[in-house]
Design a protein around this ligand. Structure first.
Ligand SMILES: NC(=O)CC[C@H](N)C(=O)O
Length: 331
């Protein structure tokens, strides 16, 4: 560690961190060839598999951006964190947790088997498709646009602008997602849905198609890391209890059936999506004095080449490296 860094100003610190991150992104970009872009939603196949980038937003406005940092992409499964948060804000935590469990499923994100085989009373968790579709059905509003509005408003509160829905991606998923329809029909049959199935699925496909950038994910991550408070304004955007449950879910279920490995080797609450995005929140804790500015930082990653679980292959390796180098694991 560099002597005296604790006394550096923001600019010096940024420069120092930036040089490391640039090297690491250049190195891990080569790893993108080990993965493949998602193809089951046809439009996602158009992404450039070589892309890799990261934004870190930390204390005192410290911002590190590296790699392909301005490419917009759709949230996909990352939106499940937001719909769950909005559900808790609208209905209350107890109402939501009565209807969706908080246990890792240990199956693929779009699995249906665990619902049937174990005859469960509620879906395993809000971050797999069965749970997320159930959560979407619990949101207030009669139309998909009414259900979606509070999600977009929450994003606007965090980001300072209201993100748009990528209509091409929405239509592509809507017209190809037989499996999500199958999950939806199963949920309907067992009585888990509280809204019309078609409206629920329409909302779910739209929330997955909300377009963001790595900077946006890093800001959301920073607010979650700080228990729902925007550290710049001290404003509470997400109730503390809800933000903490969201982080617990991200840590235990956020990377699908690779969540255990991610917790072990990276140790940061995170949520991925099949577009290649990763949202990560680094909760503050007592650290070596030299790196205080990374306490409570948010990280956004984009790398559309995925591993066989549906997580950004180079993105995960990059995060693992950064977490190790900078001691970011919460454990
Ligand atoms: N893992 C994901 O990102 C999945 C989201 C995608 N929209 C789906 O439902 O299949």
């Amino acid at each position: 560690m560099v002597q005296g860094i604790a006394n550096w100003n923001t600019e010096q610190t940024e420069e120092w961190l930036q040089s490391y991150v640039d090297d690491w992104v250049a190195f891990y970009r080569k790893h993108t060839t080990d993965g493949e872009v998602a193809s089951y939603i046809p439009v996602l196949q158009e992404a450039d598999p070589d892309n890799l980038g990261i934004t870190i937003i930390g204390k005192n406005g410290i911002t590190i951006r590296s790699g392909d940092d301005s490419i917009p992409f759709t949230m996909q499964s990352i939106s499940k964190v937001l719909s769950f948060i909005v559900g808790c804000m609208e209905r209350g935590v107890a109402y939501m947790l009565d209807r969706v469990d908080v246990e890792p499923a240990g199956e693929a994100f779009n699995s249906i088997i665990h619902l049937e085989m174990k005859q469960v009373k509620k879906p395993f968790n809000p971050l797999i498709n069965a749970g997320a579709i159930t959560v979407t059905s619990l949101l207030e509003g009669k139309t998909s646009d009414e259900k979606l509005k509070p999600i977009l408003e929450l994003l606007e509160d965090m980001l300072g602008y209201r993100p748009a829905i990528n209509v091409e991606v929405y239509e592509s998923e809507r017209d190809s997602s037989m499996r999500n329809r199958a999950i939806g029909y199963y949920l309907l049959e067992v009585g888990f849905l509280e809204s019309d199935l078609n409206i629920t699925l329409e909302t779910y496909f739209k929330q997955c198609s909300i377009e963001v950038t790595m900077d946006d994910l890093a800001r959301i991550g920073m607010i979650l890391a700080n228990d729902g408070e925007d550290p710049d304004t001290q404003e509470e955007i997400i109730p503390r209890q809800v933000a903490r449950i969201a982080k617990a879910l991200m840590l235990t279920c956020g990377m699908y059936d690779a969540s255990g490995k991610f917790a072990t080797y990276v140790g940061i609450p995170a949520k991925s999506g099949v577009s290649g995005g990763i949202l990560a929140a680094v909760p503050p804790r007592v650290r070596e004095e030299e790196l205080p500015f990374l306490d409570g930082c948010g990280i956004g990653v984009y790398g559309p080449a995925l591993d066989d679980k549906g997580n950004s292959i180079a993105g995960i390796r990059l995060l693992r490296h950064i977490a190790k180098q900078w001691d970011l694991s919460i454990f």
